[in-house]
Design a protein around this ligand. Structure first.
Ligand code: PBG
Length: 332
């Protein structure tokens, strides 16, 4: 025996029985760790299943209100809303984002009516669900997404959502300086307690495909988003993004996608000690479902193990399309 501590130290000793494993468990997940992303569509009484996201549908505003009630019943504290804007309302400048009666604002009000203050409403700030080109901002003649003019529109979009009743503004656009600009506008428009969860480290990822189907921007998008979303090769740069967003007034930060970026989550938590959230994105969800459907692994075990990994890495919570399934499992 080369290790002198053997057999005094037997790490298997505490793993022998269930009670002991429960007692030594370091990470605990509860429904309060989940944020449920929901896709909004027009009309009423409508549910449209999304082919690339099996088990996920777009709901008309009345259905969104019902899902929000379900979240409350399941103990899920917060929902995240994404609109599938009607094609005729999409334009080069994404002006529909500023319409106080757009799908997003209708959904916010319907959830507030149905649930009062029992559920948090997180809204995405970026122009891609509203533009005819599927990019997150305004384009110049060369097709480049311009920064400062885009930020000016995002500010108005954020205030529009806050006026409708959003609790957390989540800028997912990756423009420079948008967190400060949005924070200032929220202060000036009498929304001092509306939070900002910044998509701080958002990567130009291959995992977003099904989401783009869900909001209807996928078919419109030409090219990629690499001039604003981060290079998956970079970790130090993510720390700079996060430091800036905190300095600009973010209440919490997000890392996106999730599982392939656990190192970024870990570094962010260790370094800044702020609330860090992960977005387990559409492609991650779809791959879990595809894996389970093909019999590679047990679906429930697979999804719970992956969600637990986010908490172990330091997350305060996870945005996941599995939120209702996971909450049901956690509630037993
Ligand atoms: C848009 C946005 C995207 C996602 C959230 N907000 C897609 C993108 O940047 O193209 C992805 C979410 C997912 O894949 O589940 N700004």
């Amino acid at each position: 025996m080369s290790d002198a501590s053997y057999p005094a130290t037997r790490l298997r000793r505490t793993r022998v029985s269930g009670w002991s494993r429960a007692m030594h468990r370091e990470t605990v997940m509860t429904p309060a760790d989940l944020i449920w992303p929901l896709f909004v569509t027009g009309g009423s009484g409508i549910e449209e299943p999304i082919a690339s996201l099996p088990g996920v549908s777009r709901w008309s505003v009345d259905g969104i209100a019902k899902r929000a009630k379900e979240a409350v019943e399941l103990g899920i504290p917060c929902i995240a809303l994404f609109p599938n804007t009607q094609p005729e309302r999409r334009s080069d400048d994404g002006a529909e984002a500023l319409n106080p009666d757009n799908l997003m604002c209708q959904a916010i009000r319907a959830v507030r009516d149905a649930c009062g203050g029992d559920v948090g409403i997180l809204t995405d700030v970026a122009l891609d669900p509203y533009t005819s080109h599927g990019q997150d901002g305004l384009l110049d003649t060369s097709g480049y997404v311009v920064n400062d003019d885009t930020v000016a529109v995002l500010v108005d979009q954020a205030v529009n959502q806050a006026n409708a009743g959003a609790d957390i503004i989540a800028p997912s656009d990756m423009m420079d300086g948008r967190v400060r600009a949005i924070r200032m506008a929220l202060e000036m428009s009498n929304h001092p307690n509306v939070q900002i969860m910044a998509y701080s480290a958002k990567y130009a990822s291959a995992f977003y495909g099904p989401f783009r189907d869900a909001v209807g921007s996928g078919g419109l998008l030409k090219g990629d988003k690499k001039s604003y979303q981060m290079d998956p090769a970079n970790g130090d740069e993510a720390m700079r993004e996060i430091a800036l967003d905190i300095a600009e007034g973010a209440d919490s930060v997000m890392v996106k996608p999730g599982l392939a970026y656990l190192d970024i989550i870990w570094r962010a938590k260790q370094r800044f000690g702020v609330p860090v959230f992960a977005y387990q994105v559409s492609g991650e969800y779809a791959l879990i479902e595809a894996g389970a459907a093909s019999g590679i692994a047990d679906r429930e075990a697979l999804l719970m193990e992956k969600l637990l990994a986010f908490k172990r890495a330091g997350c305060s919570g996870v945005l996941t399309y599995h939120a209702p399934v996971a909450a049901r499992l956690l509630n037993g």
